[in-house]
Design a protein. Sequence first.
Length: 518
Amino acid sequence: MEAPQPKPSRLKKFIRRLLFTLAALVTFVALLVAEEEWRSAHAWNSYKREMEAKGEHFDAARLIPPKVPDDQNFGMTPYFALYFNLPPEILRQPIVTTTKLVNGRYVEETTGNVERGTNLRPVWYDREVKRAPRPLGWNCGMAADLTGWAAAIQGTNADGTAAQITDPAEAATIVLDKMKSCEATLAELQSASQRPYCRFNIPYEEIANPQVIAALMQHLAAVKGVYQVLSLHAEAEMVLGRSEQALKDIEVMFRVDDGLKEEPAIISQLVRYAGAAILLQPVGEGLAEHRWSEAQLGVLQERLQRTDLIASTVLGLYGERDIWSNQMFDRGEVLSGVFPGLFPWGRLEQLNINRMFQATVLPRIDVAAREINPSVSQACDARFQVSEGSGLHAFFQHSIMAKMMLPAFSRVAQKTAFAQSEVDMAMISCALERYRLAEGRYPDALNDLVPRFAARLPHDIINGQPMKYRRTEDGRFVLYSVGWNEKDDGGIVAATKTKPPRQDVLQGDWVWEYPGKN
């Protein structure tokens, strides 16, 4: 007779049931995650096919500027080439940021970030140079303060004293003497600018690598330094009557612009806007002082007419979507690293950020009409606010990442419109100066420039209407766009209440104003 089997204790029964329930729950969750991942991927792929059928493209390769031979590439002259020295051992080196307590203060230290080049501006701009002037600029009617620069430079003498300088020519000589330390680099850039191509060799195919992003940011800082040094160098040369040398400095800046215009990143285009304003400082001052010859004005006018910031901005916006955002989603990096719990819905987040990009970012810039209308941008802002909803709404609608990323683009259209208007007004001003050289006065109307002095004139980017223009009693003129408020304020520039005041680009008109004398 077999002995009776002991009955399992209640505790063991409970544990078995609990394990079975947990296993069933895990299986259910796994199936749910798999189903949601499939649903997300299906929705994204369906949207992508639908948009591609309408002519939209999502491949990143189309946005990356083609490779050119290094020996024909201005962007690979030795000064710039250092920033793109990214051998495999550097690419594999991680960038790590740690926070340490030093003398009672928390300090961030970065390791693994490789400094590849030298920013040109600090080469001549000593830290000991105090009170270096920073005027508002030509577009606010202010010339470069060369006498202020000269005084700041002389303040670095051993005794710390500086003579009173009032002669612009003397000030220009002091500034140029201070800049002799970078003459070799300027000569290199000027010589290399004759090469037929300009491509800054950022490896966009490796954009996920922190070292590539570091190289991008470092070369942009160097580019801005080149603009700043060349602009001041050109202004000093012009004061000394060497307008041809000043023009060569400006032409080098235009070649730098050639490289930036093909970079599919908004940060590159923002630096390009800043560079354009710096470049226009000596151009505007030369026009105000009537220092440019007919031939030089023709060179400047032709180059300004070819400076298209609008198309490059749209390229940058697509780059943000297809090189940065979509590729991060494709690699599963965005949500898995930031919001792991949202991972099953990653493709839905990607779908919604692309939909909102199409509905609220791209419509702000009308490339075909060459217009950036503020009312359209405001409508896009309102559309985005309705679409994104509250935080809880965004969670259930899978638009958290859209809510985080897309607002950064809301000001891009306005910045583009302002920068392009600056360039357009500079181009028209060159044509006006050519008319004055030929006729002894400025024309009564802008249409008088066509076709002899300009084949066509750019319209106001805000509304597609002609730029506002009138002659003034002092023999000058006023040229302006109605600006972001879409209202003709009579050519009045609005100023902020900050100290020092800055131009309020959201109010008033965007005006071409001649700087005063040095």
